[in-house]
Design a protein around this ligand. Structure first.
Ligand code: NAG
Ligand code: NAG
Ligand code: NAG
Ligand code: NAG
Ligand code: NAG
Length: 482
């Protein structure tokens, strides 16, 4: 009896919560897990009294689905996804849809899309963000893959997604691996946002000597303005949290950050496609440096820094400067993230909906913020906007913050407080707004030792080589004697 609107494979917490969410929105879901007892347990407990049905085999599951059949997987990324696809393919027919809602790499999604398309099946790779709570009450969903599949899953996806006002935080992202690529960039941006917040915390703590409680009040204020976001909000709570002994818990936590790799993948893609996504890169490296805890402890007693390590100016004004530095750096980070997506779109011929992506991130996910509403507006105003920094709103904002930003970065340098993300964002800003960079000298050097040729400003497109040693030096391209 075909009665289910969609099947969901994988009954870990995320899977269970998505099923319950779909049920709340009126869809009949067929639940399946390789370990069949999980299905029985789920039906007897969490799903009791709902319209959710179960299946004890993939064959039974497929028979319970309305056509075109929609099968969503929430299983461990990697070989488990391929294994389920292999088992599903012979059970499905042309036009049926396989959705991978796991944390797959976009290159895998590109491959799966291609191979399933050859078999007449429609593949969707969807980013799912928002954790367990998001899955239950409204995640951010980033589906990409075979566009033909979208009309068949749109109602379910937009139905269960987080809403901002009445707008769902879910829209079609683009072709083949685009959904998982955008999810990867989301996670990279999350790394960046977290690092920026940590640098603000570090400045307040070390330069201004503030207590976690005091800082919590600052973040509470910040959360009422331009920086209004989930991450600022949880930071204010974390800072205020006291352990059973009455001490602030945050200061008892070992300062060695873990990572699962999605930030790293964003940075690797940035290198691969030649995009200067410097802030996410620094955020990943900052975690790497933090994890060298033992080495840092040793070095801390041997490599001394500046004599003065406390800021002696107006504290209140400096806190406001830090806020502006954070805001300006965040604008740069998002501008870089969108640059990477634009380049990948060019590489893979994706038609990406940039305003839609900002809206998908506006609610439901970890980087949700008021700020993403401004990004959505920027792309709505101008869909072909080349860079966020060129949008009137963001241009005005970043120029407004510029002075405070420079002050914070230079103070941090003088006081010896590391601010890799604030600093790299500012260096990017200064590089991006420079009509002329010193790369002319790099070109000359490359031509000198490697005869790589260079282009003259006066004759674009014409590449020339100079016999540099014929006029002064004693080194030529083929002989290294200096
Ligand atoms: C089955 O459910 C368990 C959790 O109960 C989960 O850990 C596992 O990944 C699921 N596996 C599959 C393939 O359905
Ligand atoms: C993108 O499109 C161009 C021109 O149509 C084509 O040459 C290229 O192979 C395509 N790239 C990919 C990755 O599909
Ligand atoms: C839209 O953005 C493009 C690229 O940044 C720019 O060339 C164009 O002038 C903008 N259009 C408007 C109406 O602002
Ligand atoms: C470069 O110039 C020097 C000095 O005129 C000459 O000896 C040498 O052969 C030239 N090298 C090449 C590669 O033309
Ligand atoms: C090149 O080498 C010659 C002989 O070794 C030396 O006399 C001359 O000063 C050198 N020229 C330069 C510009 O280094």
């Amino acid at each position: 009896m075909a009665e289910a609107d969609i099947a969901l494979i994988g009954l870990a917490v995320m899977g269970q919560n998505l099923i319950l969410n779909m049920n709340d929105h009126g869809f009949v879901v067929c639940a399946y897990n390789r370990t069949v007892e999980k299905v029985d347990k789920f039906l007897a407990n969490e799903a009791k009294g709902t319209k959710i049905i179960g299946a004890r085999s993939l064959d039974e599951m497929v028979k319970k689905l309305k056509k075109p059949r929609r099968v969503m997987m929430l299983v461990k990324a990697g070989s488990a996804v391929d294994a389920f696809i292999d088992q599903l393919v012979p059970l499905l027919e042309k036009g049926d849809i396989i959705i991978d809602g796991g944390n797959s790499e976009y290159t895998d999604s590109r491959r799966r899309h291609k191979s399933l398309k050859e078999k007449g099946l429609l593949f969707v790779g969807s980013g799912v963000s928002g954790g367990e709570d998001g899955a239950r009450y409204g995640p951010s969903l980033m589906p990409g893959g075979e566009p033909e599949a979208w009309p068949h899953i749109k109602d379910i996806f937009q139905g269960i997604a987080a809403k901002v006002g009445s707008e769902p935080c879910c829209d079609w992202v683009g072709e083949d691996g685009a959904g998982h690529f955008v999810k990867m960039v989301h996670n990279g941006i999350e790394y960046g946002d977290m690092q920026l917040i940590c640098e603000a915390y570090s400045l307040m703590k070390d330069a201004l000597g503030m207590s976690p409680g005091e800082m919590s009040e600052v973040f509470t204020e910040w959360n009422k303005g331009e920086l209004d976001s989930f991450l600022i909000e949880i930071t204010k709570d974390i800072l205020a949290y006291k352990d059973v002994d009455g001490e602030y818990l945050v200061e008892k936590i070992k300062d060695a950050a873990g990572q699962k790799g999605t930030g790293k993948w964003t940075a690797i893609s940035a290198l691969e496609y030649g995009m200067p996504v410097t802030l996410i890169g620094e955020a990943v490296f900052a975690r790497c440096l933090s994890s060298l805890k033992d080495e840092r402890v040793t070095a801390s007693s041997q490599l001394s820094g500046p004599e003065v390590t406390k800021y002696d100016g107006d504290k209140k004004a400096f806190i406001e400067d830090i806020r502006q530095a954070l805001y300006a750096s965040k604008i740069v980070s998002y501008a870089q993230g969108f640059m990477l997506m634009r380049e990948a779109a060019k590489e893979f011929n994706w038609t990406l909906n940039y305003g839609g992506i900002a809206l998908m991130w506006r609610g439901g996910c970890i980087i949700r913020s008021r700020f993403l509403g401004n990004i959505k507006e920027a792309f709505e105003k101008n869909a072909s906007l080349r860079n966020l920094l060129l949008d009137d709103f963001f241009k005005t904002e970043i120029l407004k913050c510029q002075k405070a930003w420079r002050k914070v970065v230079s103070q941090a340098v003088l006081l010896g407080i590391p601010t890799p993300a604030f600093s790299t964002a500012l260096a990017f800003f200064d590089g991006y707004r420079s009509a002329r960079l010193p790369a002319n000298l790099i070109q000359a050097q490359r031509d000198y030792f490697g005869a790589h040729t260079y282009e003259l400003l006066a004759s674009p497109g014409k590449f020339v080589h100079t016999n540099w040693t014929g006029h002064g030096g004693n080194v030529s391209s083929s002989t290294y004697n200096a």
